[in-house]
Design a protein around this ligand. Structure first.
Ligand SMILES: *Cc1c(COP(=O)(O)O)cnc(C)c1O
Length: 393
């Protein structure tokens, strides 16, 4: 039966065909509804579970002090910021947050964006153009890939974490002329490993290239050196800070230039002041209470010890990561989904990550640890993983 006979528009017929293909390949994606506030204990689709798939690494998304700061700002400043920052949307809360982020990162200035996506697209498009070369780690976040593409520069895909690859690409790029940008995540979001930021920085310096580092998964969690070494430092406020939005930090000239030219910033409504207030409070907690980071790292070590003690007869391999992102690489998408489902049935929520988010044949369970997890919750997850791995269905 053709599309018209089914009553489908040409668009819907095309989309339905593609959707059927995703389903057949175990690549169909769907959301689960979370009730109440974010945290390690969640009610999902009506049932209680322990979440191991959040980027709220320090548990600040449900910290009462952060919520209270947002509430206070809400009653003072209302909900929406009303306009883009260059028009009339730049609230005192935004200005103070930018000052505090500049101070925290040790940079002259910081500029607040509505999201990490907006920050990366707007910044790369503003700083680079057609005659330039962008050298990008192949596992960079999608927003860095799209930002580099949007800039229209020569896109050079460098093998993951390959310093020799970057060096060769730099030599090639110099021969082409134009500006050169080196672009990398600090902590890679699906693997949890870290870029060698100091090495990339010295390479950039030697060749007059600009180093752009996205520290979305490092800020507040682990120090890759990005704050000290990147010419353009990007990080988000929606992960370890438990709020939303993102920022770029760097020199005075960099920030002034982005204010003139970053289209995702110029033409976008400023974030709600209450979100900036929440991020300010979260930043203050990160700066004054190092115990959250210490507990997070103890939890990471406990998880790794637990998995290693299960032995080698497992349907996955544990990646060598020291960050809160602890992927269990399964391989094909179907078995990764099945393992995730069996864990969910046992009360543990661990997302399966499949292509195109990760390369084909490397589907995985992306376990993420939080400072808010208890030892009992981590031990419970290990038992559930052992049990779900032994169980075939
Ligand atoms: C999450 C993430 C982003 C996107 O940030 P949002 O604020 O969620 O849009 C950008 N880069 C990296 C490395 C990320 O992990």
């Amino acid at each position: 039966m053709n599309a018209a006979a089914l009553g489908l528009s040409p668009l819907d017929a095309r989309l339905q065909g593609e959707l059927d293909g995703f389903r057949a390949a175990d690549l169909y994606r769907a959301r689960r509804v979370v009730e109440g506030s974010h945290g390690v204990g969640l009610v999902v689709d009506g049932r209680a579970c322990v979440s191991f798939c959040s980027n709220d690494y320090l548990g600040l998304a449900s910290d009462p002090r952060v919520a209270e700061a947002a509430r206070t700002a809400l009653s003072r400043a209302g909900t929406g910021s009303g306009a883009a920052a260059l028009v009339s949307g730049y609230n005192r809360e935004h200005a103070q947050l930018e000052d505090e982020l500049a101070d925290y990162t040790g940079r002259a200035r910081a500029l607040l964006f509505t999201s990490g996506w907006a920050a990366n697209l707007g910044t790369l498009r503003a700083l680079f153009g057609k005659s330039d070369s962008l050298l990008c780690d192949e596992l960079n976040h999608a927003s860095l890939i799209d930002g580099a593409r949007l800039a229209g520069s020569r896109y050079v895909r460098v093998p993951h974490a390959d310093l020799d690859g970057f060096a060769t690409a730099l030599d090639d790029a110099k021969a082409q002329g134009g500006e050169i940008g080196i672009i990398s995540d600090s902590v890679f979001s699906m693997d949890g490993d870290e870029a060698d930021v100091p090495a990339l920085a010295s390479m950039a310096r030697r060749h007059g290239a600009t180093l752009i580092v996205d520290d979305a998964h490092g800020l507040g969690v682990t120090d890759s050196g990005a704050m000290r070494h990147a010419d353009v430092y990007v990080a988000t406020l929606g992960k370890s800070l438990g709020a939303a939005g993102a920022f770029v930090a760097g020199s005075d000239a960099l920030i002034e230039f982005l204010i003139q030219r970053a289209r995702t910033w110029v033409f976008s409504t400023a974030p709600p002041p209450a979100i900036a207030a929440a991020a300010r409070q979260a930043l203050q907690i990160i700066r004054s209470e190092p115990e959250h980071q210490a507990r997070l790292h103890a939890n990471i070590a406990r998880f790794r010890r637990g998995i290693e003690a299960l032995g080698s007869e497992l349907p996955f391999t544990l990646s060598p990561s020291t960050t809160p992102i602890q992927p269990l690489i399964v391989g094909p998408a179907g078995p990764a989904m099945a393992l995730s489902r069996r864990l969910f049935e046992r009360g543990y929520w661990v997302a399966a990550i499949r292509p195109p988010t990760v390369p084909a044949g490397t589907s995985r369970l992306r376990v993420t640890l939080s400072a808010a997890h208890t030892e009992a919750q981590i031990d419970g997850l290990i038992v559930a993983i052992a049990d779900a791995s032994a169980h075939k269905d």
